[in-house]
Design a protein around this ligand. Structure first.
Ligand code: SF4
Length: 207
């Protein structure tokens, strides 16, 4: 299961905005975007005017990086979104939000999507009472996600339950004391915290 393993703050600097890839650090003054908001690299200070093609590419890269998805898988999500009924851009965003690792993060059981992904891969969660360890799975309305019984005593999860202060999105329901949550509606663009112009991504793939 491939994933990006390079420096993540660099990705935010490239996109010019916070992608919240590092958990708690993103909310402190140690965030690189607050300290030096220029693109990484020797010529990062030189801002070039982007072509239409460049603007579409940046939008795609931004969303890919926000969700921690690599190129091939992102293209697959686009193909699925394109075959679904409704508006392709909205479908794509809904699919990305419904990824297992994103749901774990949005329920407040991990500090970042990267951490959520690792916790899922390590088998700390169940899906509808059964073992599930594939972070890219697309969940659906009614699915219940829970911390595995034997993982509940881990300090990580104990502290999450004691300090659970995440306001979960309206499409989710969480019971921190019971170490579980569920999907109660399909997420829409309005539920996503990042400003996204999804039509640019559709244009990118439609060439
Ligand atoms: Fe991005 Fe977080 Fe690094 Fe700030 S601290 S640049 S939001 S990953």
């Amino acid at each position: 299961m491939a994933r990006y393993t390079g420096p993540v703050c660099r990705l935010c600097r490239r996109e010019g905005l916070k992608l919240y890839l590092k958990g708690d650090r993103c909310y402190t003054d140690k965030c690189s975007i607050g300290r030096r908001n220029s693109a990484p690299g020797q010529h990062g200070q030189n801002k070039k005017k982007l072509t239409n093609h460049g603007i579409q590419l940046r939008e795609k890269q931004k969303v890919k990086r926000y969700y921690g998805v690599l190129e091939g898988q992102f293209a697959e999500y686009f193909n699925i979104a394109n075959k679904m009924q409704g508006v392709t851009g909205n479908n794509l965003l809904s699919l990305l939000e419904q990824r297992f690792d994103n749901v774990v993060y949005r329920l407040g059981f991990a500090a970042s999507r990267a951490e959520a992904r690792q916790l899922v891969v390590h088998g700390h969660f169940t899906l509808n009472g059964k073992k599930a360890d594939v972070p890219s799975m697309i969940l659906k309305v009614g699915d219940e996600i829970a911390v595995k019984e034997t993982s509940k005593s881990l300090p990580k999860f104990k502290s999450i339950v004691e300090n659970h202060k995440v306001t979960v999105a309206q499409w989710l329901q969480v019971e921190p004391d019971n170490f579980k949550g569920r999907i109660i509606a399909i997420p829409t663009k309005a539920d996503i915290e990042l400003p996204i112009e999804e039509h640019l991504i559709v244009e990118w793939y439609s060439k």
